[in-house]
Design a protein around this ligand. Structure first.
Ligand code: SF4
Length: 288
């Protein structure tokens, strides 16, 4: 049996991957908007326990090609431990194509360039990185560990080596007042990063979320309007874009730069229709 402990999260794109939980929770666990691991005491599992799960996974699913390493920031593991894990995965799974994980910007930046190169050679491939906002003020207000500059550096550094970064942004994170600056600065940070993959999620306050005093949530219509401002300001050269998380009012996807006008037309149509709530958050996703 492979060991799992709830809660266990993975990005939507990892639905077909074999998941191993190398740690429980998130070592930072301090972002105000994030309820993923609240109540989970962070614990990095011992290498021999993790390798035991790998061996069990190889026995049950020997033809596995894609693996996702959970939980919140496996990149924070020491280089020797990560290397040992990846070497074992390469040995155990003959068809292995890629290993993906969530990664915080600070954990990436703490790794030396040669170390990152070695991890990539061992098939560590897609890093799911949360930018959330390109507005430094918003980033500080929500308790993120890294500055916007750190996040940009982390993505540029890893993509130059050959990693793919899947960058997440959060619509509505700055509230009503901060929305215009959040939108423009987020687009600016993304233009500096040039992520290979970009996901726009919508931030919705759930019970227990403690945003700063004065935070006023955007309506559904304002969230989509914010997305329009971001798309208009994006100058991406080769990015797959998705806004199809269940928090988004209508699923959107496309490629930059070629689908930019099509995406803007879809968003424009949504905004001029009567389908979006102009007074509140609209229909809430099932996970709330
Ligand atoms: S670093 Fe990521 S997982 Fe950890 S608290 Fe912040 S958003 Fe949540």
């Amino acid at each position: 049996m492979i060991h799992y402990r709830e809660p266990l999260f993975r990005p939507p794109a990892e639905g077909d991957s074999l998941i191993f939980q190398a740690a429980y929770g998130c070592p930072h666990n301090g972002c105000r908007f994030c309820m993923m691991y609240k109540g989970v005491r962070y614990h990095e599992r011992e290498l021999d326990e993790i390798l035991k799960d790998f061996r069990e996974g190889a026995r049950l699913y020997p033809e596995t090609m894609r693996i996702f390493l959970a939980d919140g920031d496996v990149m924070s593991f020491s280089f020797p431990k990560l290397k040992a894990m990846l070497e074992e995965l390469n040995r155990l799974f003959p068809f292995l194509a890629r290993v993906n994980t969530y990664a915080n910007g600070s954990s990436i930046l703490l790794k030396k360039e040669e170390e990152l190169k070695e991890l990539h050679r061992l098939k560590l491939n897609t890093l799911y990185v949360g930018l959330e906002s390109g507005d430094e003020e918003v980033i500080r207000a929500v308790g993120k560990k890294e500055s916007v500059g750190d996040m940009v550096d982390a993505v540029v550094k890893t993509q130059e080596i050959g990693f793919k970064c899947s960058v997440m942004i959060l619509l509505g994170l700055a509230g009503k007042k901060g929305s215009p600056v959040h939108a423009l600065k987020t687009a600016e940070a993304l233009n500096n990063m040039q992520p290979r993959l970009l996901s726009a999620l919508r931030f919705i306050e759930v019970p227990g979320t403690k945003m700063n005093e004065g935070y006023e949530a955007v309506t559904e219509h304002e969230a989509v309007s914010e997305l329009k401002t971001i798309i208009e300001a994006l100058e991406l050269k080769k990015t797959v874009f998705r806004a199809n998380h269940s928090s988004n009012p209508v699923p959107l996807s496309g490629r930059f730069p070629q689908d930019r006008d099509k995406l803007l037309a879809e968003v424009g149509w949504m905004l001029s229709s009567n389908m979006l709530d102009k007074k509140g958050p609209g229909r809430l996703p099932l996970f709330l």
